[in-house]
Design a protein around this ligand. Structure first.
Ligand SMILES: [Zn+2]
Length: 273
């Protein structure tokens, strides 16, 4: 029966992802979260069977049933992504329900930041503040459950400030070219959660993911030949000096550190045989 629970957790994550798609679409547009979902092209109100996460998208092959306009691929990515994340957190924290819930909430906020930064190259302050509050609750739980007292709390807060200062320096000395100020702010709550051993691993991991993804995109454009981006989420072709949204890399590295309990020693061990 174990698989049944995993399926339920996946479905739960996909439903949250479906709701987050609405949040992502309506965020900073002044539109409220209330009101029925509708097709963005023809305005047709979606019925209940067109709103089933993942299933509806696949069943209609990513098109509106009425006008056949295509639904952005991010809808299914966010739904499936949240489903998978919830399952992974469930595997990691199933014996500690509060941690599962807290990481699920933090990741819901992170997914919105992830997509918003990809689309608009901006990390909204309000979301970082919300994440900060969740980070402090997670820290309280860690401090309480390890019995580590205020030393543990101070270490984690120090890790958050350290990570923030690191990216702030990057932003400052590159005059905003290598890194946005938003990345520095985002690093603070993430650093608070992963703590002093996890934070360096998260930062190094973010640069690795960033380098790999950038090289893949550059190579892809080279093969495509035109220098024109083939990737729907980048508005202009990527160049060596392009401004790239960095938050997605930081968030992926954060998930890696949390899910695999990675820290700076695990990263060092990757190179020491
Ligand atoms: Zn339509």
């Amino acid at each position: 029966m174990e698989w049944f629970w995993y399926l339920m957790v996946f479905v739960f994550g996909a439903i949250i992802g479906s709701f987050l798609n609405v949040v992502i679409y309506r965020f900073n547009t002044g539109k409220s979260l209330e009101g029925r979902s509708h097709c963005l092209s023809c305005g047709h109100t979606l019925s209940w069977y067109e709103l089933i996460p993942v299933v509806s998208y696949l069943g209609l092959r990513g098109h509106c049933r009425h006008c056949h306009a295509s639904v952005p691929a991010r809808y299914i990515f966010v739904e499936v992504g949240m489903g998978i994340l919830f399952v992974l957190f469930w595997m990691s924290f199933s014996h500690v329900l509060p941690l599962f819930a807290l990481y699920a909430i933090s990741s819901a906020i992170l997914v919105v930041i992830f997509v918003h930064d990809l689309r608009h190259m901006i990390i909204p302050d309000s979301l970082v503040v919300a994440l900060g509050i969740v980070a402090l609750v997670i820290l309280s739980y860690i401090t309480w459950s390890t019995g580590g007292g205020y030393m543990v709390a101070l270490e984690h807060i120090g890790a958050g400030l350290g990570a923030g200062i690191f990216f702030f320096a990057f932003w400052f000395f590159s005059k905003g070219r290598a890194m946005g100020l938003g990345d520095a702010k985002l690093a603070i709550p993430l650093g608070i959660i992963v703590g002093p051993l996890g934070a360096p691993a998260m930062i190094i991991g973010a640069f690795w993911v960033g380098a790999i993804v950038s090289l893949v995109i550059l190579a892809f454009q080279k093969v495509a030949g035109t220098g024109k981006t083939q990737l729907p989420f980048l508005r202009t072709p990527l160049k060596m000096k392009s401004e790239i949204p960095f938050a997605p890399f930081l968030i992926l590295a954060f998930w890696y550190v949390v899910l695999f309990h990675a820290d700076i020693y695990t990263l060092i061990n990757l190179f020491v045989f």
